[in-house]
Design a protein around this ligand. Structure first.
Ligand code: ACO
Length: 331
């Protein structure tokens, strides 16, 4: 059975930098509050007119170039986002169209902050069962247009950013390379702890004046509950992945946790007993870009020379749903 290797990485973030100080002009907040609680210093927000597909295409082109492959080599697209450009169809078909992928299938996946790890499991299964040899896996998010940037929405608005990350996955028979295992979980009991209520297909019409008036169009979160579950579930599922492969935390060369909040990542690191050089964080520059955090961080880690052939890489994520997961791979 072939294994799945990441043969190319890429990312793209909008040029517009929004600093914490910029946010103080929109809402009652402060650079100190945001830094202390989240570790975020700035984030990127799209200019009006930039679509998620635009960002995903740029990240994908970078990943394809890195892999030394042409778009025509891609046999399927798996795209994770919670902020599709349209209610339907999914963003994947727009990306495939722009890249000129002909009739290659586009699988859009909704697992919020865990989207990339969920997408990796789906892609890995498709590659290992020889359905496809080469898959483009993308995480992309436009959060900024959905946030309440007044003081009423400050608890959420300061956290999120926009961006895209992509990886090219390919079947490999190379010894000691590729995805070792992926481990996913979900617990719908907590669906409303972190969610976007509207638009809602079960209400008629799907979006109404009341949705605006009652602020249902904005995401909402019980921050402390999210924090508590995130710092429990991520170490737990990393442990599950290590155990499945008979490995220990010392074996991890680089952990790339979902960039939800620096305090969450630090707590996960502490609970796993990892050193600073075993963990990669870049939330300071981009905020939480949801499904895009891991592929953006991976792309940056690669370009910073943090990964060498054979290194043990671990991804872990936690987010709305709740959903969470981890993946282990040999670089
Ligand atoms: N600026 C200034 N003050 C604020 C802001 C803000 N942006 N947001 C909230 N506050 C105020 C609150 O109104 C509250 O004021 P009060 O005491 O007068 O009522 C005070 O700050 C404390 O608010 P808390 O919500 O109790 O703040 P807490 O210390 O819990 O920190 C935070 C909030 C950072 C969201 C924290 O709960 C957290 O880290 N949660 C994890 C959630 C997270 O990071 N989610 C990311 C997305 S989900 C994911 O990706 C997994």
């Amino acid at each position: 059975m072939p294994r799945t290797a990441i043969v190319g990485t890429g990312h793209w973030v909008p040029a517009r930098v929004v600093t914490n100080d910029d946010l103080t002009e929109l809402m009652d907040t402060s650079d100190a509050w945001i830094r202390e609680r989240t570790g975020i210093e700035e984030r990127r927000w799209v200019e009006s007119g930039t679509t998620g597909a635009d960002m995903a295409v740029r990240a994908s082109r970078m990943a394809l170039e890195d892999a030394g492959l042409a778009a025509s080599d891609v046999e399927a697209v798996v795209l994770a986002t919670l902020s599709p450009d349209h209610f339907f169809p999914g963003t994947g078909v727009f990306v495939a169209r722009e890249l000129g992928l002909g009739t290659a299938p586009a699988i859009d996946l909704r697992a919020q902050c865990s989207g990339f790890v969920y997408g990796l499991q789906v892609s890995d299964a498709l590659i290992r069962t020889r359905q496809y040899r080469t898959i483009l896996l993308i995480g992309v998010e436009i959060q900024s247009t959905g946030l309440d940037v007044s003081t009423d929405g400050r608890d959420m608005a300061v956290l999120f950013g926009d961006g895209a990350g992509a990886v090219v996955l390919q079947a490999t028979d190379e010894e000691g390379r590729g995805v070792l295992s992926t481990h996913l979980h979900a617990e719908g009991e907590f669906a409303e702890i972190l969610w976007g209520d509207a638009p809602a297909s079960w209400r008629h019409p799907r979006i109404s004046r009341e949705d605006f008036e009652q602020r249902r169009i904005y995401p909402s979160m019980v921050g402390r509950d999210v924090f508590r579950h995130a710092v429990t579930r991520m170490p737990e599922v990393v442990g599950e992945a290590l155990e499945a492969n008979d490995l220990g935390t010392d074996d991890i060369d680089l952990l790339i946790p979902h960039q939800a909040n620096l305090r969450i990542s630090q707590m996960v690191q502490k609970r796993l007993g990892l050193s600073d050089d075993q963990v990669f964080n870049n939330i300071r520059k981009y905020g939480n870009t949801t499904a895009a955090t891991i592929p953006i961080a991976l792309s940056e880690a690669v370009r910073e020379g943090r990964l060498g052939r054979g290194d043990l890489v671990c991804f872990t994520a936690f987010g709305s749903g709740f959903t969470w997961g981890a993946a282990l791979l040999r670089w």
